[in-house]
Design a protein around this ligand. Structure first.
Ligand code: TYC
Length: 116
């Protein structure tokens, strides 16, 4: 009995060692970790336009889009939602392209983390 217990303990130690030497388990964020998209206020973009972008690009419902727009308008910044990193940046680029071509300075950014 004793040797198999020792073997089991050794196997667990090996797995633990592998975890701590895996770069993703230490300082590298995982590819599928959520990124929080943030909406920034400005003095020029019309409120209705912000809501339209949040609905059409980020697929927010009317209530969530309006709440995020008002929160950014009042507090300066508001979370829009969490997405995989690449998707967050893809959606922000679409929103920025649309806003620039319509002549508005609307700005969004992303950072690692869950929203809400
Ligand atoms: N502050 C803008 C205005 O008064 C509206 C606005 C809200 C703009 C939120 C950007 O992220 C924003 N027209």
């Amino acid at each position: 009995m004793a040797p198999s217990v020792l073997f089991f303990r050794d196997a667990r130690s090996a797995a633990d060692l592998r975890d701590t030497t895996d770069a993703r388990a230490t300082d590298q964020p995982r590819r599928d970790e959520p990124w929080r998209v943030l909406l920034h206020n400005d003095d020029y973009t019309p409120a209705e336009y912000v809501v339209k972008i949040l609905r059409e690009v980020f697929r927010l419902g009317l209530f969530k889009a309006t709440t995020a727009m008002l929160r950014a308008h009042i507090a300066g910044i508001a979370p829009v939602g969490s997405f995989p990193k690449d998707e967050a940046h893809r959606l922000i680029a679409i929103a920025h392209d649309r806003a620039r071509s319509d002549g508005w300075p609307l700005r969004l950014s992303a950072e690692p983390g869950e929203s809400g």
